[in-house]
Design a protein around this ligand. Structure first.
Ligand code: FAD
Length: 453
Protein backbone atom coordinates (compact mmCIF):
# COMPACT_ATOMS: atom_id res chain seq x y z
CA UNK A 1 0.00 0.00 0.00
CA UNK A 2 1.42 3.42 -0.88
CA UNK A 3 0.85 6.48 1.27
CA UNK A 4 1.14 10.20 0.56
CA UNK A 5 2.63 10.78 4.04
CA UNK A 6 3.89 8.72 6.95
CA UNK A 7 1.89 10.79 9.43
CA UNK A 8 -1.12 13.06 9.18
CA UNK A 9 -1.76 15.14 12.31
CA UNK A 10 -5.23 16.67 12.80
CA UNK A 11 -4.93 19.70 15.08
CA UNK A 12 -2.13 22.24 15.42
CA UNK A 13 -2.14 22.65 19.20
CA UNK A 14 0.35 21.66 21.88
CA UNK A 15 0.21 17.90 21.28
CA UNK A 16 -0.17 17.91 17.49
CA UNK A 17 2.58 20.42 16.78
CA UNK A 18 5.07 18.62 19.04
CA UNK A 19 4.31 15.24 17.45
CA UNK A 20 4.59 16.63 13.90
CA UNK A 21 7.82 18.51 14.57
CA UNK A 22 9.55 15.56 16.25
CA UNK A 23 8.34 12.99 13.71
CA UNK A 24 9.48 15.10 10.74
CA UNK A 25 12.40 17.11 12.14
CA UNK A 26 14.06 14.47 14.32
CA UNK A 27 12.97 11.19 12.81
CA UNK A 28 12.72 12.12 9.13
CA UNK A 29 9.07 11.12 8.64
CA UNK A 30 6.95 12.67 5.86
CA UNK A 31 4.40 14.63 7.87
CA UNK A 32 1.34 16.78 7.10
CA UNK A 33 -0.78 18.67 9.63
CA UNK A 34 -4.21 20.33 9.38
CA UNK A 35 -5.31 23.20 11.62
CA UNK A 36 -8.75 24.74 11.18
CA UNK A 37 -8.27 27.86 13.32
CA UNK A 38 -4.91 29.28 14.40
CA UNK A 39 -1.60 27.47 14.77
CA UNK A 40 -0.63 26.90 18.38
CA UNK A 41 -4.04 25.74 19.55
CA UNK A 42 -5.74 26.48 22.82
CA UNK A 43 -2.61 27.05 24.92
CA UNK A 44 -1.13 29.70 22.68
CA UNK A 45 -4.18 31.35 21.17
CA UNK A 46 -6.95 31.14 23.78
CA UNK A 47 -5.66 29.42 26.88
CA UNK A 48 -2.52 29.38 29.01
CA UNK A 49 -0.56 32.15 27.29
CA UNK A 50 -3.15 34.94 26.87
CA UNK A 51 -4.60 33.98 30.25
CA UNK A 52 -1.24 34.31 32.02
CA UNK A 53 -0.63 37.66 30.33
CA UNK A 54 -4.02 38.77 31.66
CA UNK A 55 -3.02 37.51 35.11
CA UNK A 56 0.04 39.74 34.92
CA UNK A 57 -2.04 42.70 33.72
CA UNK A 58 -4.51 42.25 36.54
CA UNK A 59 -1.87 41.92 39.26
CA UNK A 60 -0.79 45.58 39.01
CA UNK A 61 -3.74 47.01 40.91
CA UNK A 62 -2.72 45.20 44.11
CA UNK A 63 0.94 46.04 43.45
CA UNK A 64 0.16 49.78 43.15
CA UNK A 65 -1.73 49.65 46.45
CA UNK A 66 1.10 47.77 48.13
CA UNK A 67 3.68 50.20 46.74
CA UNK A 68 2.04 53.04 48.67
CA UNK A 69 2.64 51.17 51.93
CA UNK A 70 6.30 50.90 50.96
CA UNK A 71 6.53 54.67 50.63
CA UNK A 72 5.87 55.13 46.92
CA UNK A 73 3.76 58.07 45.86
CA UNK A 74 1.45 56.42 43.34
CA UNK A 75 -1.13 58.54 41.50
CA UNK A 76 -4.49 56.87 40.90
CA UNK A 77 -3.64 54.34 38.16
CA UNK A 78 -6.06 53.54 35.35
CA UNK A 79 -6.18 50.54 33.03
CA UNK A 80 -6.73 50.80 29.28
CA UNK A 81 -8.04 47.48 28.01
CA UNK A 82 -7.48 48.21 24.32
CA UNK A 83 -3.82 49.12 24.87
CA UNK A 84 -3.36 45.74 26.52
CA UNK A 85 -5.42 43.94 23.88
CA UNK A 86 -3.44 45.32 20.96
CA UNK A 87 -0.21 44.20 22.61
CA UNK A 88 -1.76 40.81 23.38
CA UNK A 89 -2.88 40.38 19.77
CA UNK A 90 0.62 41.23 18.56
CA UNK A 91 2.19 38.74 20.97
CA UNK A 92 -0.15 35.94 19.88
CA UNK A 93 0.61 36.75 16.22
CA UNK A 94 4.31 36.48 17.02
CA UNK A 95 3.88 33.14 18.76
CA UNK A 96 1.69 31.75 16.00
CA UNK A 97 4.33 32.73 13.44
CA UNK A 98 7.01 31.01 15.55
CA UNK A 99 4.94 27.81 15.59
CA UNK A 100 4.51 27.99 11.84
CA UNK A 101 8.18 28.52 11.17
CA UNK A 102 9.06 25.66 13.54
CA UNK A 103 6.85 23.33 11.52
CA UNK A 104 8.15 24.61 8.19
CA UNK A 105 11.73 24.21 9.42
CA UNK A 106 11.03 20.59 10.31
CA UNK A 107 9.55 19.98 6.85
CA UNK A 108 5.91 19.56 7.92
CA UNK A 109 3.33 20.35 5.23
CA UNK A 110 0.58 22.51 6.78
CA UNK A 111 -3.03 22.61 5.57
CA UNK A 112 -4.97 25.58 6.97
CA UNK A 113 -8.35 23.88 7.03
CA UNK A 114 -10.50 21.38 8.87
CA UNK A 115 -9.72 17.69 8.44
CA UNK A 116 -11.81 14.61 9.21
CA UNK A 117 -11.38 10.86 9.00
CA UNK A 118 -12.44 9.09 5.82
CA UNK A 119 -11.07 5.63 6.62
CA UNK A 120 -8.31 4.11 8.75
CA UNK A 121 -5.62 5.57 6.48
CA UNK A 122 -7.35 8.49 4.76
CA UNK A 123 -7.95 12.07 5.88
CA UNK A 124 -10.41 14.32 4.10
CA UNK A 125 -9.64 18.03 4.03
CA UNK A 126 -12.31 20.74 3.93
CA UNK A 127 -10.91 21.66 0.50
CA UNK A 128 -12.21 18.31 -0.77
CA UNK A 129 -8.69 16.88 -1.11
CA UNK A 130 -7.89 13.51 0.49
CA UNK A 131 -4.53 12.44 1.89
CA UNK A 132 -3.43 8.84 2.43
CA UNK A 133 -1.40 8.40 5.61
CA UNK A 134 0.32 5.40 7.15
CA UNK A 135 -0.51 6.80 10.60
CA UNK A 136 -3.08 9.40 11.69
CA UNK A 137 -2.81 11.38 14.92
CA UNK A 138 -5.93 13.00 16.37
CA UNK A 139 -4.88 16.05 18.40
CA UNK A 140 -8.05 18.11 18.11
CA UNK A 141 -8.19 19.28 21.75
CA UNK A 142 -11.37 20.40 23.47
CA UNK A 143 -13.80 23.29 23.60
CA UNK A 144 -15.82 25.09 26.30
CA UNK A 145 -19.04 23.41 27.37
CA UNK A 146 -22.08 25.61 27.99
CA UNK A 147 -25.18 23.85 29.38
CA UNK A 148 -28.36 24.07 27.39
CA UNK A 149 -30.52 26.56 29.31
CA UNK A 150 -32.67 29.56 28.40
CA UNK A 151 -30.51 32.45 27.22
CA UNK A 152 -27.32 30.36 26.83
CA UNK A 153 -26.78 31.93 23.40
CA UNK A 154 -25.94 35.27 25.09
CA UNK A 155 -23.03 34.08 27.20
CA UNK A 156 -19.29 34.39 26.65
CA UNK A 157 -16.75 31.60 27.14
CA UNK A 158 -13.01 31.70 27.73
CA UNK A 159 -12.62 31.81 23.92
CA UNK A 160 -14.30 35.23 23.81
CA UNK A 161 -12.61 37.03 26.69
CA UNK A 162 -9.38 37.72 24.85
CA UNK A 163 -11.33 39.32 22.02
CA UNK A 164 -13.52 41.75 23.97
CA UNK A 165 -13.70 45.26 22.50
CA UNK A 166 -14.29 46.73 25.94
CA UNK A 167 -14.21 45.42 29.49
CA UNK A 168 -17.70 45.14 30.97
CA UNK A 169 -18.32 46.93 34.27
CA UNK A 170 -20.10 43.95 35.81
CA UNK A 171 -19.62 40.26 35.05
CA UNK A 172 -21.10 37.01 36.28
CA UNK A 173 -18.64 34.12 36.02
CA UNK A 174 -20.37 30.74 36.20
CA UNK A 175 -18.27 27.74 37.25
CA UNK A 176 -15.94 26.61 40.00
CA UNK A 177 -13.04 24.98 38.15
CA UNK A 178 -9.62 26.47 37.63
CA UNK A 179 -10.57 28.44 34.52
CA UNK A 180 -13.61 30.01 36.23
CA UNK A 181 -11.58 30.97 39.31
CA UNK A 182 -8.77 32.41 37.24
CA UNK A 183 -11.08 34.56 35.13
CA UNK A 184 -13.02 35.76 38.18
CA UNK A 185 -9.71 36.78 39.73
CA UNK A 186 -8.36 38.38 36.54
CA UNK A 187 -11.46 40.42 35.78
CA UNK A 188 -11.71 41.53 39.40
CA UNK A 189 -8.08 42.65 39.28
CA UNK A 190 -8.79 44.67 36.13
CA UNK A 191 -11.47 46.62 37.97
CA UNK A 192 -14.57 44.70 36.86
CA UNK A 193 -17.23 44.05 39.52
CA UNK A 194 -17.30 40.24 39.52
CA UNK A 195 -19.88 37.79 40.85
CA UNK A 196 -19.05 34.07 40.66
CA UNK A 197 -21.66 31.32 40.86
CA UNK A 198 -20.74 27.73 41.58
CA UNK A 199 -23.46 25.14 42.02
CA UNK A 200 -21.40 22.89 44.36
CA UNK A 201 -20.46 23.53 47.97
CA UNK A 202 -16.91 24.70 47.33
CA UNK A 203 -14.89 25.80 44.27
CA UNK A 204 -11.98 23.79 42.79
CA UNK A 205 -13.48 20.33 43.17
CA UNK A 206 -10.76 17.67 43.13
CA UNK A 207 -8.11 19.86 44.79
CA UNK A 208 -7.09 19.56 48.47
CA UNK A 209 -9.96 20.74 50.69
CA UNK A 210 -7.89 23.18 52.76
CA UNK A 211 -6.37 24.66 49.64
CA UNK A 212 -9.85 25.08 48.14
CA UNK A 213 -11.06 26.89 51.24
CA UNK A 214 -8.01 29.13 51.27
CA UNK A 215 -8.37 30.08 47.59
CA UNK A 216 -12.08 30.76 48.12
CA UNK A 217 -11.31 33.00 51.12
CA UNK A 218 -8.81 35.06 49.18
CA UNK A 219 -11.06 35.32 46.12
CA UNK A 220 -13.75 36.76 48.39
CA UNK A 221 -11.29 39.00 50.27
CA UNK A 222 -10.02 40.42 46.97
CA UNK A 223 -13.54 41.57 46.11
CA UNK A 224 -15.24 38.81 44.10
CA UNK A 225 -18.78 38.07 45.26
CA UNK A 226 -18.47 34.26 45.34
CA UNK A 227 -21.76 32.40 45.71
CA UNK A 228 -21.44 28.63 46.12
CA UNK A 229 -24.58 26.50 45.98
CA UNK A 230 -25.94 28.88 43.37
CA UNK A 231 -26.57 28.39 39.66
CA UNK A 232 -28.29 30.16 36.79
CA UNK A 233 -31.93 29.24 36.05
CA UNK A 234 -32.47 31.46 33.04
CA UNK A 235 -31.07 34.48 31.23
CA UNK A 236 -32.61 37.13 29.00
CA UNK A 237 -30.93 39.82 26.94
CA UNK A 238 -31.65 43.38 28.05
CA UNK A 239 -30.42 46.73 26.69
CA UNK A 240 -28.03 46.90 29.68
CA UNK A 241 -26.66 43.37 29.34
CA UNK A 242 -28.05 40.08 30.55
CA UNK A 243 -30.71 39.61 33.20
CA UNK A 244 -29.95 36.50 35.22
CA UNK A 245 -32.44 34.59 37.31
CA UNK A 246 -30.51 32.46 39.76
CA UNK A 247 -31.53 29.31 41.62
CA UNK A 248 -31.84 31.32 44.85
CA UNK A 249 -34.60 33.31 43.14
CA UNK A 250 -32.61 36.55 42.74
CA UNK A 251 -32.77 38.56 39.51
CA UNK A 252 -29.69 40.60 38.64
CA UNK A 253 -28.46 42.42 35.56
CA UNK A 254 -24.85 41.87 34.46
CA UNK A 255 -23.14 43.52 31.51
CA UNK A 256 -21.72 40.12 30.60
CA UNK A 257 -21.97 36.48 31.68
CA UNK A 258 -18.96 34.20 31.28
CA UNK A 259 -19.51 30.45 31.37
CA UNK A 260 -16.54 28.33 32.46
CA UNK A 261 -18.41 25.14 33.26
CA UNK A 262 -15.99 22.61 31.87
CA UNK A 263 -14.67 21.54 28.50
CA UNK A 264 -15.53 18.69 26.13
CA UNK A 265 -13.27 16.85 23.65
CA UNK A 266 -13.47 17.90 19.98
CA UNK A 267 -14.72 14.65 18.48
CA UNK A 268 -18.00 15.69 16.87
CA UNK A 269 -18.32 15.33 13.07
CA UNK A 270 -14.79 13.95 12.88
CA UNK A 271 -15.80 10.86 10.92
CA UNK A 272 -15.14 8.51 13.84
CA UNK A 273 -18.03 6.29 12.77
CA UNK A 274 -16.39 5.81 9.34
CA UNK A 275 -13.41 4.10 10.97
CA UNK A 276 -15.41 2.29 13.66
CA UNK A 277 -14.23 4.39 16.62
CA UNK A 278 -16.81 4.98 19.35
CA UNK A 279 -16.05 7.93 21.64
CA UNK A 280 -16.00 7.35 25.42
CA UNK A 281 -18.68 8.57 27.85
CA UNK A 282 -17.36 12.16 27.86
CA UNK A 283 -16.96 12.22 24.10
CA UNK A 284 -13.25 11.47 24.38
CA UNK A 285 -11.10 9.30 22.13
CA UNK A 286 -10.17 6.18 24.08
CA UNK A 287 -6.49 5.21 23.86
CA UNK A 288 -4.08 2.80 25.52
CA UNK A 289 -0.80 3.71 27.22
CA UNK A 290 0.81 4.20 23.79
CA UNK A 291 -1.89 6.71 22.79
CA UNK A 292 -3.15 4.15 20.27
CA UNK A 293 -6.88 3.82 19.54
CA UNK A 294 -8.76 0.62 18.74
CA UNK A 295 -7.90 1.27 15.07
CA UNK A 296 -4.18 0.39 14.88
CA UNK A 297 -3.21 3.16 12.43
CA UNK A 298 -4.96 5.91 14.44
CA UNK A 299 -3.51 7.50 17.59
CA UNK A 300 -4.71 10.39 19.76
CA UNK A 301 -2.99 12.75 22.21
CA UNK A 302 -3.88 15.73 24.38
CA UNK A 303 -7.23 17.02 25.56
CA UNK A 304 -9.18 15.01 22.99
CA UNK A 305 -8.27 11.92 25.04
CA UNK A 306 -9.39 13.62 28.29
CA UNK A 307 -6.58 12.14 30.39
CA UNK A 308 -4.86 15.09 32.13
CA UNK A 309 -5.90 18.22 30.28
CA UNK A 310 -2.78 20.34 30.57
CA UNK A 311 -0.37 21.64 27.95
CA UNK A 312 2.81 19.93 29.22
CA UNK A 313 0.97 16.60 29.26
CA UNK A 314 -0.27 17.03 25.67
CA UNK A 315 3.28 17.93 24.59
CA UNK A 316 4.74 14.85 26.28
CA UNK A 317 2.11 12.59 24.78
CA UNK A 318 2.81 14.00 21.29
CA UNK A 319 6.56 13.63 21.76
CA UNK A 320 6.35 10.07 23.12
CA UNK A 321 4.07 9.08 20.22
CA UNK A 322 6.55 10.43 17.64
CA UNK A 323 9.55 8.77 19.32
CA UNK A 324 7.68 5.47 19.60
CA UNK A 325 6.37 5.25 16.04
CA UNK A 326 9.08 7.02 14.04
CA UNK A 327 12.15 7.09 16.26
CA UNK A 328 12.38 3.43 17.36
CA UNK A 329 12.38 4.77 20.95
CA UNK A 330 9.20 3.29 22.39
CA UNK A 331 8.04 5.03 25.55
CA UNK A 332 4.84 5.67 27.42
CA UNK A 333 4.01 8.92 29.19
CA UNK A 334 4.08 8.78 32.98
CA UNK A 335 0.83 10.43 34.10
CA UNK A 336 1.63 10.06 37.79
CA UNK A 337 2.54 13.08 39.98
CA UNK A 338 1.84 15.85 37.48
CA UNK A 339 2.09 19.25 39.17
CA UNK A 340 -0.22 22.11 38.23
CA UNK A 341 -1.18 25.62 39.24
CA UNK A 342 -4.30 27.74 39.53
CA UNK A 343 -3.35 31.32 38.70
CA UNK A 344 -5.64 33.27 40.98
CA UNK A 345 -4.21 36.25 42.79
CA UNK A 346 -2.80 37.63 44.95
CA UNK A 347 -2.22 33.99 45.82
CA UNK A 348 -1.89 31.12 43.36
CA UNK A 349 -2.49 27.46 44.15
CA UNK A 350 0.38 25.13 43.33
CA UNK A 351 -0.31 21.46 43.77
CA UNK A 352 1.12 18.00 43.20
CA UNK A 353 0.17 14.51 44.28
CA UNK A 354 -2.55 13.31 46.59
CA UNK A 355 -5.01 15.55 48.38
CA UNK A 356 -5.31 14.95 52.13
CA UNK A 357 -8.67 13.24 51.54
CA UNK A 358 -7.33 10.81 48.91
CA UNK A 359 -4.18 10.08 50.91
CA UNK A 360 -6.23 9.28 54.04
CA UNK A 361 -8.28 6.80 52.02
CA UNK A 362 -5.07 5.12 50.79
CA UNK A 363 -3.43 4.54 54.20
CA UNK A 364 -1.99 6.13 57.35
CA UNK A 365 -0.62 9.65 56.83
CA UNK A 366 0.85 12.61 58.65
CA UNK A 367 -0.15 16.11 57.62
CA UNK A 368 2.34 18.95 58.03
CA UNK A 369 0.95 22.41 57.44
CA UNK A 370 1.54 26.03 58.21
CA UNK A 371 -0.27 29.28 57.59
CA UNK A 372 1.24 32.71 57.97
CA UNK A 373 1.24 36.26 56.66
CA UNK A 374 4.09 36.62 54.16
CA UNK A 375 6.57 39.32 55.10
CA UNK A 376 5.99 41.47 52.04
CA UNK A 377 2.20 41.67 52.39
CA UNK A 378 2.27 41.83 56.20
CA UNK A 379 4.46 44.94 56.02
CA UNK A 380 1.88 46.53 53.72
CA UNK A 381 -0.92 45.64 56.13
CA UNK A 382 -2.45 42.90 54.00
CA UNK A 383 -4.18 40.33 56.19
CA UNK A 384 -4.23 37.33 53.84
CA UNK A 385 -2.39 34.22 55.00
CA UNK A 386 -0.53 31.81 52.75
CA UNK A 387 -0.73 28.04 53.23
CA UNK A 388 1.88 25.31 52.81
CA UNK A 389 0.99 21.69 53.30
CA UNK A 390 2.79 18.37 52.96
CA UNK A 391 1.02 15.01 53.06
CA UNK A 392 3.41 12.30 54.23
CA UNK A 393 2.97 8.52 54.15
CA UNK A 394 3.32 7.36 57.77
CA UNK A 395 4.94 4.08 56.70
CA UNK A 396 7.37 4.98 53.90
CA UNK A 397 7.82 8.65 54.96
CA UNK A 398 7.45 9.64 51.29
CA UNK A 399 5.84 12.98 50.56
CA UNK A 400 2.64 12.03 48.77
CA UNK A 401 1.28 15.50 48.14
CA UNK A 402 2.21 19.15 48.41
CA UNK A 403 -0.28 22.02 48.27
CA UNK A 404 0.74 25.67 48.37
CA UNK A 405 -1.51 28.72 48.34
CA UNK A 406 0.81 31.72 48.07
CA UNK A 407 2.14 34.34 45.68
CA UNK A 408 4.13 32.54 42.94
CA UNK A 409 2.96 29.12 44.18
CA UNK A 410 3.12 27.91 40.56
CA UNK A 411 6.86 28.59 40.52
CA UNK A 412 7.37 26.95 43.92
CA UNK A 413 5.47 23.78 43.12
CA UNK A 414 7.49 23.23 39.94
CA UNK A 415 10.65 22.85 42.04
CA UNK A 416 9.04 20.88 44.86
CA UNK A 417 7.70 18.55 42.13
CA UNK A 418 11.22 17.43 41.20
CA UNK A 419 11.92 16.23 44.73
CA UNK A 420 8.51 14.63 45.12
CA UNK A 421 8.75 12.89 41.75
CA UNK A 422 12.15 11.54 42.84
CA UNK A 423 10.46 10.00 45.86
CA UNK A 424 11.65 12.46 48.51
CA UNK A 425 10.75 11.66 52.10
CA UNK A 426 9.78 14.13 54.80
CA UNK A 427 13.30 13.67 56.20
CA UNK A 428 14.78 14.67 52.80
CA UNK A 429 12.81 17.91 53.03
CA UNK A 430 13.98 18.37 56.66
CA UNK A 431 17.66 17.98 55.88
CA UNK A 432 17.46 20.58 53.12
CA UNK A 433 18.71 23.89 54.47
CA UNK A 434 16.31 26.82 54.18
CA UNK A 435 16.72 29.81 51.88
CA UNK A 436 16.07 32.77 54.11
CA UNK A 437 14.04 34.94 54.11
CA UNK A 438 11.59 33.35 51.68
CA UNK A 439 8.10 31.94 51.90
CA UNK A 440 9.15 28.58 50.48
CA UNK A 441 11.60 27.99 53.33
CA UNK A 442 8.59 26.95 55.41
CA UNK A 443 8.44 23.77 53.33
CA UNK A 444 11.70 22.57 54.89
CA UNK A 445 10.99 23.74 58.44
CA UNK A 446 7.70 21.97 59.14
CA UNK A 447 8.56 20.16 62.38
CA UNK A 448 5.44 18.56 63.87
CA UNK A 449 2.44 17.06 62.11
CA UNK A 450 -0.79 19.02 62.57
CA UNK A 451 -2.79 15.84 62.01
CA UNK A 452 -2.12 12.12 62.00
CA UNK A 453 -4.74 10.05 60.25
P1 FAD B 1 -5.42 22.16 21.59
O1 FAD B 1 -4.31 23.02 22.05
O2 FAD B 1 -6.80 22.55 21.96
O3 FAD B 1 -5.29 22.08 20.01
C1 FAD B 1 -6.24 21.44 19.22
C2 FAD B 1 -6.27 22.14 17.88
O4 FAD B 1 -6.99 21.33 16.96
C3 FAD B 1 -6.97 23.48 17.90
O5 FAD B 1 -6.11 24.48 17.39
C4 FAD B 1 -8.19 23.29 17.00
O6 FAD B 1 -8.51 24.46 16.26
C5 FAD B 1 -7.72 22.17 16.08
N1 FAD B 1 -8.78 21.35 15.51
C6 FAD B 1 -9.84 20.80 16.15
N2 FAD B 1 -10.55 20.03 15.30
C7 FAD B 1 -9.94 20.12 14.10
C8 FAD B 1 -10.18 19.52 12.81
N3 FAD B 1 -11.20 18.68 12.63
N4 FAD B 1 -9.37 19.85 11.79
C9 FAD B 1 -8.31 20.70 11.98
N5 FAD B 1 -8.03 21.26 13.17
C10 FAD B 1 -8.82 20.97 14.22
N6 FAD B 1 -2.99 24.14 30.58
C11 FAD B 1 -1.87 24.30 31.35
O7 FAD B 1 -1.01 23.41 31.37
N7 FAD B 1 -1.68 25.44 32.09
C12 FAD B 1 -2.57 26.46 32.08
O8 FAD B 1 -2.36 27.48 32.75
C13 FAD B 1 -3.72 26.33 31.26
N8 FAD B 1 -4.63 27.33 31.19
C14 FAD B 1 -5.70 27.22 30.37
C15 FAD B 1 -6.58 28.28 30.28
C16 FAD B 1 -7.69 28.20 29.47
C17 FAD B 1 -8.63 29.38 29.39
C18 FAD B 1 -7.92 27.02 28.73
C19 FAD B 1 -9.11 26.90 27.82
C20 FAD B 1 -7.05 25.94 28.78
C21 FAD B 1 -5.92 26.03 29.61
N9 FAD B 1 -5.00 24.99 29.73
C22 FAD B 1 -3.90 25.13 30.54
C23 FAD B 1 -5.22 23.70 29.02
C24 FAD B 1 -4.37 23.63 27.74
O9 FAD B 1 -4.60 24.76 26.95
C25 FAD B 1 -4.70 22.37 26.97
O10 FAD B 1 -4.53 21.26 27.84
C26 FAD B 1 -3.81 22.17 25.74
O11 FAD B 1 -3.90 23.26 24.88
C27 FAD B 1 -4.22 20.88 25.03
O12 FAD B 1 -3.47 20.74 23.84
P2 FAD B 1 -4.04 19.85 22.64
O13 FAD B 1 -2.93 19.75 21.65
O14 FAD B 1 -4.61 18.60 23.17
O15 FAD B 1 -5.26 20.67 22.06
Amino acid sequence: MTFDVDLFVIGGGSGGVRAARIAAGEHGARVALAEEYRMGGTCVIRGCVPKKLMVYASSYLGAFEEARAYGWNVQTPTFDWMTFRHRLDAELDRLEAAYRSGLAGAGVRVHDCRATLEDAHTVRLATGETVRAKHILLATGGRPFVPDLPGAEHVLTSNDIFKLDALPKTVLVVGGGFIACEFASILNGLGVKVTQFYRGTQILRGFDHEARDRVADQIIASGVSLKCGTDVSAMTKTPQGIRVISTDGAETNYEAVVYATGRVPNTQAMGLEKVGLAPGPRGEICVDGWSQTAVPSIYAVGDVTDRINLTPVAIREGHAFADTIFGARPRKVDHDLVASAVFTHPFELGTIGLTEEDARAAGPIEVYATSFKPMRAAFAGNGQKVMMKLIVCAETRRVLGCHIVAPEAGEMIQLAAIAIKMGATKEDFDRTCAVHPTMAEELVTLRKPVRVA
